[in-house]
Ligand binder design. Sequence first.
Ligand code: PGA
Ligand code: ZN
Length: 415
Amino acid sequence: MTEAFTIKNVSSRWVLDSRGTPTISATVSTKNASGTALVPSGASTGVHEAVELRDGGKAFASKGVKKAVNNINRILSPALKGIDVRRQKEIDSKSIKLDGTKNKQRLGANAILGVSLAAFRASAASQNKQPFQLLKGKFTIPIPFSNVINGGKHAGSGIELQEFMLAPYRARNFEGALESVCETYYELKKIIETKCGKQYTGVGDEGGFAPPLNSKEPLELMQAAADAAGYPKMGFAIDAAASSFYKKGAYVIGGEKRTVDWMIDFYEELVEKHKLISIEDPFHEDDWLGFTELTTALGQKTQIVGDDLLVTNIERINKAIRLKACNALLLKVNQIGTLTEALAAAELATKNKMTVMVSHRSGETEDAFISDLAVGLGCGQIKAGAPCRGERTAKYNRLLEISESVKTYAGRSVF
Ligand code: PGA
Ligand code: ZN
């Protein structure tokens, strides 16, 4: 090991995420380089996710992260000093051992992930490389899955389904893809203004509009917007995030309790009508049977994505493979808490012919790490919100920057 790559210091402070909630900033430094990472945070968090450490108490509505900051400064920092920053696996396994719990609740998955990603950035910087260049995939600019209508826990719109996305998989390159998303987004704003009123053109947590609609209407409005913008063949996708409307043994849509069979018919109708290319979390996080039934019915035509179902966790991905419960993995690094484990999850999925979509969280920051992750994995898909709000555009702007050197746009090749 040469001295240039030795970790000299690890430090942390709290910063704000896009909902004004404290989150972790972590920095790892070597002699001549350093890397900083900011940690995202979900709202429709899966119960099987690794656990964020929050302070409790009165400050910041109990969501402070001072304990997690201290755990980095006082426990992780001394333990990691002296390790070669290029040895990501060693860094992550040391943090996991120091934590000692199954879900990282002692030191906090937020603390551990901050250090993991900061080390990755520091490693890239110390080798004069871009972060994505440290990954082993075929470098590809992903299709942006852009959430332009927000429901569920991300907005007060009353729409049960959480996300309605534009997915310009037919575009020839990333710039064209992003242009089609933006122009459709402008048209959608006009349509919502006419249909619902100007007061409903404000945006939800992920930058999409949050008008009062039922769960079938958003895709109709989005198709009209795409047509008006000159992109009649725009692709569409949804994230139902069904755990959040599953109440006392039933899926509550339009105020009515619905069964798995009713939900399957509902999704089939949406796929037929709007040619959905991707459906995420159509059932709640432990409804393996519902997932398997839908994947059997629609899995040849469309992507069935496991987010809360899989939580980027190898054990749950293995179960999904066994049960044929879904055919795609939503990859969120903070669901599992280290980069090493997230990469292992992506590899397991890919080996088993599942597609992979890298994802932001609803609580985000200006850190655009996920753009590098999606390009470096070559997985071809990223979910990063509407082309609106700085924490979302940071991801798209980073992809624009990378696309100056990486020319391949994933496009149709993904499906
Ligand atoms: P979350 O939502 O970040 O609030 O969990 C994103 C998603 O469900 O994909
Ligand atoms: Zn989701």
